[in-house]
Design a protein around this ligand. Sequence first.
Ligand code: NAP
Length: 285
Amino acid sequence: MVAKILDGKQIAQDYRQKLKEEVESLKEQGFTPKLSVILVGNDGASQSYVNSKKKAAEKLGMISEIVHLDESTSEEEVLNELKRLNEDDSVSGILVQVPLPKQVSEQKIIESINPDKDVDGFHPTNIGKLYIDEQTFVPCTPLGIMELLNHADIDIEGKEAVIIGRSHIVGQPIYKLLLQKNATVTIMHSKTKDMQSHLKNADIIVSAVGQPGIVSKDDVKEGAVVIDVGNTPDENGKLKGDVDYDDVKEIAGAITPVPGGVGPMTITMVLNNTLLAEKMRRGIK
Ligand code: NAP
């Protein structure tokens, strides 16, 4: 069996076209979604992430701004900027780019974002809502994975799904989303014993570790769906996933490449959530 390639780049492009049409329709009603991103410091990768989010938002007709603060900015100053954006009625969604400098507590900042503008879905209120199945902002990478599965018509109900990694931004929310779709879900981490036996039994594997090669052909059942979230730059700066892609694609039923799989879906879901934030506060379904 040769796997169906889940082409995140193409799927993201199609999804963004639909979002663009929704933005146009909102603008006709007098509402323009606006995404504000706080960036503290001069980390090159962070600067490039926030610039691509801004560009992507503008391409859809949204307004986007980067609030760029100096590396030495105090926690209080970041909180003041956040308060300003929380209260600014022109702002639909707020992102704070991580990592933050050491003098600024990431958790304190996340907890200070207005939950109605928390388009990353990291605020405890939104995490709680996700866990009780209320409509909320779902973290963008897991949401993007669900859209990839949905787009490829992959049946989730009753399937054995295995996740490697239990972070708050990927592993745990994807656990909840797969459970909502009636999969039987196992979540693994660095203390899991005998990962291979769980993997071998899985119909759906989501790997979110950041260790190239952690999933190899011998771990994967014939026909399984393999979602690779890993994103590790090699010595030449080329991004590597967690999965031995060339080997695993020979036996998997479907697989995401790295780059070009989950990554493009993540930014798309930032845009999706910004649009959702604008619609929610305007009472538009
Ligand atoms: P993280 O917070 O570092 O979490 C990594 C998880 O992997 C932890 O739960 C850890 O277990 C587990 N782990 C580490 N070594 C393991 C091992 N040998 N066996 C089993 N589990 C192991 O990472 P993250 O933020 O979720 O990101 C994971 C990867 O996804 C990274 O490469 C990141 O760059 C990538 N990523 C990509 C996107 C995208 O849009 N493409 C978005 C987000 C993240 P413990 O909990 O026991 O420590």
